[in-house]
Design a protein around this ligand. Structure first.
Ligand code: FAD
Length: 561
């Protein structure tokens, strides 16, 4: 039988365990196998990613490469730098490839790219094989079972998923390991393909994973690092505490917990595919089935993965408009304030629907900038935003707090502005989950109880009376009496003097000059006032009830409503 020469293209599946696509490659007859990763300029140049996420990616590449070399000393992960649409045809030819294999990706750009690449492969006489492995169920199959519509609730996801069939159990790790096949070998590194001549290999021309500086980023600040080995170890550690894993109830986990955090922190591993969601699911399920009093979805650990699948399937159904309001038939249109970088007084962004209040667009922009910088004057919000920027991860309920505050529960700024910041800073940034959760929090899709609003004061107090979390991330307030830690503007001068801090100014971002040393900003607005304004405006917007695909939204005439 003819030998299969496989180009295995790693993208969202940076692991060797439980990888259906990798298994498909290994199932080919007498395969020789070249595992590659290419830095696609679409992500490198268009990405808003911070150094933290790139570091996590490099960690995953290094770990994967080492694992491949352990299995086959002549192989490694071959890292390249070029758009797949132009690189792959060159590799097909140079390495006489017969099969291109990769994990399916339902993100909008990925779908278009993969279609183009599969066409190129066909032209080159290369067979393309794909498998899904990023989610519990195949998102496209879920959509098909849901009448082509997006899954907008866990119940819908479960109903459609059950029609697709049981969630597949993970592949046998040992059986799948490439060294299980004695015929497996990598191509000779330099003989057939000349990296130095083409200039497409990394800076050292040896296809090795790069380091952060070579990608042009400053050192990462996050303590959370990537790699399959680490992910599997984390999973073992989490499951070793059987009571924790079996009785996990998301609403009861604290957003103020740190070192350690109260949830698994496995989301970046799911994003990069260094942990299989099915392995996670079935290992938890196995524990739950033996455990008395275990929690159930949606609050349980397995329930968390169902949320992930729900957003993936919703995105698979809606396509590119899923991550925006414009042209998205499932996203409610809300005439948010229009922050923009205009000079004061040159433009007024008003809420056209209520027409009752006016917020200068420069004002809205300043609120947005202060939110982003962690200088709102609300310590709970600022602590979370600073943790997000530094660590690239915050707890789910912390994400709730800051997202609600920026949108319908404070600033009334468009959710897409917030989603952009999360895209820049999150280690686990996933287009489907990020946009979907922002829509949930802003009550534009998935969730509609806009009258339930998080207080930036009471919510933090509920979890952390002493303000340990705030002290950790807002060191200006570290010595302030717990009585005032969430509302420092209420502290008497004596308490502030004792803590060595003054409450003044706008953090240097509100147009009133620089931030003074030893100060923490005043709150940027009266929260109770803003909550009322937002509630009234949301009520009106819900009454008008138009969606992102409404002609008036698409052509900008919504202002006349
Ligand atoms: P755990 O509670 O331990 O959950 C286990 C796994 O389930 C997670 O690792 C994650 O893969 C998945 N999961 C849990 N909650 C959700 C959820 N609500 N939606 C989707 N998947 C979930 N999650 C992302 O993976 N990427 C994002 O870009 C993202 N953006 C978000 C933006 C906002 C505004 C909000 C409110 C939430 C966002 N989330 C996102 C969802 C959630 O906050 C994170 O998945 C979770 O906090 C990750 O921490 P963990 O791994 O400890 O979660």
């Amino acid at each position: 039988m003819k030998e299969a020469r496989v180009l295995y293209w790693f993208r969202t599946d940076l692991r060797l365990h439980d990888s259906p696509a990798l298994q498909a490659a290994l199932d080919l007859s007498r395969p020789s196998y070249t595992p590659i990763f290419t830095f696609d300029p679409h992500y490198v140049y268009h990405s808003k990613g911070s150094g933290n996420r790139w570091q996590f990616l490099l960690d995953c590449q290094n770990d994967l490469s080492e694992s491949i070399t352990k299995l086959n000393p002549r192989s490694q992960l071959f890292v390249l730098r070029e758009a797949p649409q132009t690189l792959l045809p060159k590799l097909f030819k140079a390495w006489r490839i017969t099969h291109l294999v990769f994990e399916r990706d339902t993100d909008a750009y990925a779908r278009a790219r993969d279609r183009a690449v599969s066409d190129l492969a066909r032209t080159a006489g290369v067979e393309t094989l794909t498998r899904y492995g990023r989610t519990l169920w195949d998102s496209d199959a879920v959509v098909a079972q849901h009448g082509g519509k997006p899954t907008m609730s866990i119940a819908q996801l479960q109903a459609a998923g059950n029609k697709v069939g049981p969630i597949p159990t993970p592949l046998d790790f040992e059986q799948e390991r490439p060294d299980a096949d004695p015929d497996l070998n990598a191509p000779v590194r330099e003989s057939e393909f000349q990296p130095y001549k083409t200039g497409i290999a990394g800076p050292h021309g040896d296809f090795r994973p790069e380091v952060l500086e070579e990608l042009g980023f400053p050192p990462a600040t996050t303590p959370h690092r990537g790699g399959e080995t680490r992910a599997l170890r984390m999973l073992d550690h989490i499951l070793a505490d059987e009571e924790y894993a079996a009785k996990f109830q998301k609403p009861k986990t604290s957003p103020a917990a740190f070192e350690p955090q109260s949830t698994t922190l496995l989301s970046p591993h799911h994003h990069f595919g260094s942990l299989s969601p099915r392995l996670f699911y079935w290992r938890v399920q196995d524990l739950v089935s033996r455990f008395k009093g275990a929690s159930t979805p949606p609050e349980s650990l397995t329930g968390q993965l169902l949320f992930r699948d729900m957003y993936f399937a919703a995105q698979a159904a809606i396509g590119a408009p899923f991550t925006q309001t414009h042209n998205n038939p499932h996203c409610r249109f809300i005439p948010w304030h229009l922050p923009s970088k205009v000079e004061a007084g040159t433009e007024t962004g008003t809420n056209a629907i209520s027409g009752e209040y006016h917020v200068d667009s420069l004002q809205a922009e300043r609120w947005f900038q202060r939110w982003k910088a962690g200088l709102t004057g609300f310590p709970w919000i600022d602590a979370l935003m600073r943790q997000l920027k530094h660590d690239g991860w915050i707890h789910h309920l912390g994400r709730h707090a800051v997202a609600c505050f920026l949108t319908r529960g404070g600033c009334y700024v468009h959710w897409e502005r917030g989603a952009d910041v999360f895209e820049e800073w999150l280690l686990d940034h996933e287009p489907a989950c990020n946009a979907g959760n922002w829509q949930w929090l802003s009550c534009t899709a998935f969730f509609s109880q806009y009258f339930r609003c998080y207080s930036p004061i009471a919510f933090g107090q509920k979890w952390d009376k002493e303000g340990r979390f705030v002290r950790r991330w807002v060191p200006e307030l570290k010595d302030l009496d717990a009585k005032y830690i969430y509302e420092p503007w209420k502290a008497p001068l004596s308490a502030l003097d004792k803590a060595g801090v003054r409450i003044e100014g706008d953090g240097g971002l509100g147009g009133n000059g620089k931030r003074e040393e030893g100060t923490y900003p005043e709150p940027m607005f009266d929260f109770n006032e803003r909550r009322k304004v937002c509630l009234d405006a949301m009520k009106t917007a819900y009454q008008v009830g138009i969606y992102g695909d409404d002609e008036r939204v698409k052509n900008g005439t919504w202002r006349e409503l």
